[in-house]
Ligand binder design. Sequence first.
Ligand SMILES: [Zn+2]
Length: 495
Amino acid sequence: MRVFVASLATETNTFSPVFTDLASFKESFYAPPGEHPATPTLCSAPFIACREKIPALGWELIEGTAAWAEPGGLVNRSTYELLRDEILGQLSAALPVNAVILGLHGAMVADGYDDCEGDLLTRVRALVGPAATIAAEFDPHSHLTAKRVAQADILLAFKEFPHTDFVDRARDLVDLAVRHVQGEIKPTAAVFDCRMIEVLPTSLEPMRSFVDRLHQLELEPAVLSISVIHGFMAGDVPEMGTRLLVITDNDQARADSLAQSLGMELFSFRGKTRPPYISPELAIAEAQASSLQPVVIADVWDNPGGGVAGDSTLVLQKMLDMGVRDAAVGTIWDPMAVRFCVAAGEGAKIKLRFGGKAGDNAGAPMDAWVEIRKVVRDAVQSFGDSVVPLGDSVCIRLADTAIDVVLNSNRSQAFAPDLFSNLGIDPAAKPILLIKSTNHFYDAFAAISQHIIYCDAGGPYPSDPVTNSYRKMTRPIWPIVENPHGLTDELLEIR
Ligand SMILES: [Zn+2]
């Protein structure tokens, strides 16, 4: 038996000015065959799960390329085709194979390709033929297109957001793929279109209990896998939206009914799942009044993990306006300013323009006298077991304050407090930590802070589906329309 594994992933915010090319992949993560590390990355965990399982069965594992780019704008067409064809070429050379296992993200959009993963899966199927097993793991912030479901035998997504379970779900994927190769199961899929788009953190109710229940339902022998595709509202593609995916063992009726009932239950959660997001004014005032320092202010809509630049100055400027004089800020993406600071050197005091350059909805560039406190080449932060590159980075201190700002040159959201300590800042000693992340920061920062505030500064992420100018949507979805399922008033009330 021969199994081929590969990974090609990014999350495309089609509204972002930060276009994605080969350099974006090489800066984030690019591992040709034989070079995938022993630790998993978010979308390449199937490599690790395959290494654990496949050789132990006496089967041969053939590893292809794994590539991931930090979420950003549209992927350059030739970059997508180059990476796709690299993997397809490796697969061709590995034929015949019994299974292809892919670590995808599921929200990649390239110039000319609204559904990159559907395109890749179609080409993989054409190479391996109808009998081979095709299995793929997705991030829930993806688009579940009909094309993907038609081409793959097993698709599943991480259940948790924050995505703490990406390795466990990769193990599920490989287990199911092995059982399919051995002829033990007949995966039968049903998809329900919830006709909505919403932010669905699973650390909070009602999603917490919902996900726990999915695990319970998967204990039924006929139910092989249940995934919630949350959808990704910053991707303007025809099939954008929330979907429920159920895979049973040869029981279409059970798959259909579960997908529909769970899908409509999810629809009933609309508008009730987001944590309270407050304005910068309220967030800063609350932080200033808090006795539980350090207080974390998460600037949720300047999260590079959602594809934006990560160079917003909106909240930092408001902090200065409101008299904050001691804080740490991480990070503001500004490779040009980093380069100036590296050239000036540690200890230099210079006049610097930083941040606010990538677009017109993330505040103005800041001009300030700053002291360069620390220069770190190829700086990193941690995210669970993963090491996340920040690129060359500097810590600058704004003159006449104790406000330390980390400027980085590889875009990344804030995952852990070591993004500060690695730049010489003691995060526990700062009254306020301003970070950029929607939710993935939570576990690591909750370990050092008892007061976390989610702040909505109004941009630059396209966080309101009602005002986002979608051009490709093929059907009505909530909240753009109130009643996309055409329910009666009475049912709409219940739902
Ligand atoms: Zn995600």
